[in-house]
Design a protein around this ligand. Structure first.
Ligand code: RIB
Ligand code: CA
Length: 307
């Protein structure tokens, strides 16, 4: 089977964990590195959470610790949604510290990409700080990146401020650098995660499917204040599912840029589908998802994940 080499850059994070879990059991993916970044919670927690998740899943994938803060701005954590540790709601085992690399995420991402014969995909589930540092420090690495699939941005309203999506708005300068990099990008934004919700019956299915499903359901039942009745918004899992089953999604080509100046609209992803700004299109945007199939396929993937 043709395998696709992948780097995951992430700020676990409950929905990050729900995404990483199904990626690690996909046979066609060869996950070479998991890089942590400060985002939902601080870098020590996001790094530790990645290690705890890998230990629980019995997956020996190297983890590299990334940026402790955005390029220019202060951290703004999302402990209200993810809990103080960032993965509240489930008791994970003590992390296998031997999975943590000495070198930092930017160096590890650079080394991993340059050592690979074929181009690699990068899936970003958190702020883009590491990726901005990577491509500005080592521009030659862009040749080794097949595409960046990002959970980030929004074609509609935001979740931090009026128009800002969390991953982009925590480090809007980093996001702007990535969108201007010339690397092929697919943006899976808030609007998709808001549509592709898991309902209570899906959580019950997960719980029946075994200990991995129970872990995911426990995390989701404590996520975002635990309001599961209206459905669990699947932000990071929708980016992971796009990577593995793009046929569930509809995409459109667009020019995207990021607001970095106006305090009113900071972090807004301005999505131009029809050339109004006379700029060259630089990304594909997910604009719709087959929600019923998404829910079924996500639950099945978790059920198929054995630890
Ligand atoms: O806006 C949602 C995104 O921000 C998700 O990736 C969530 O984990 C947080 O990182
Ligand atoms: Ca995330």
């Amino acid at each position: 089977m043709e395998t696709r080499k992948l780097i995951i850059d992430t700020d676990p994070g409950i929905d990050d964990a729900a995404a990483i879990t199904i990626l690690l059991s996909e046979p066609s993916l060869d996950v070479k590195l998991i890089a942590s970044v400060s985002g939902n919670v601080g870098i020590e927690h996001t790094t530790n959470n990645a290690l705890k998740l890998l230990t629980f899943l019995n997956k020996d994938i190297p983890v590299a610790k990334g940026a402790a803060a955005p390029l220019l701005r202060d951290n703004r954590f999302a402990t209200n949604a993810h809990g103080k540790s960032g993965m509240g709601g489930f008791e994970f085992p003590e992390p296998k510290k031997e999975l943590l690399l000495e070198e930092n995420a930017v160096m590890s991402e650079y080394r991993t990409l340059m050592a690979s014969e074929e181009k690699m995909t990068i899936l970003t589930l958190g702020p883009l700080t590491n990726i901005a540092l990577l491509i500005s420090t080592f521009p030659e690495v862009k040749e080794k990146i097949e595409e960046i699939i990002m959970m980030g941005g929004s074609t509609e309203r935001g979740n931090i401020g009026i128009y800002g999506e969390f991953n982009v708005t925590i480090d809007p300068e980093a996001a702007k650098m990535v969108f201007r990099s010339g690397i092929p990008i697919t943006m899976v934004g808030l609007d998709i995660g808001r549509k592709a919700r898991l309902m209570v019956e899906d959580l019950e299915e997960l719980e029946k499917s075994g200990e991995v499903g129970t872990m995911i359901s426990s995390l989701f039942r404590s996520y975002d204040g635990g309001h599961v009745e209206e459905g669990v918004k699947m932000y990071d899992p929708s980016a992971a599912m796009y990577l593995m089953e793009p046929e569930l999604f509809e995409t459109k080509e667009a020019f995207i840029d990021v607001e970095i100046f106006s305090p009113l609209t900071i972090g807004a992803t301005v999505v131009d589908y029809d050339g109004t700004l006379s700029e060259t299109k630089n990304a594909a945007v997910c604009v719709d998802v087959d929600v019923d199939r998404f829910r079924k396929r996500y639950v099945q993937r978790v059920a198929d994940t054995k630890r």
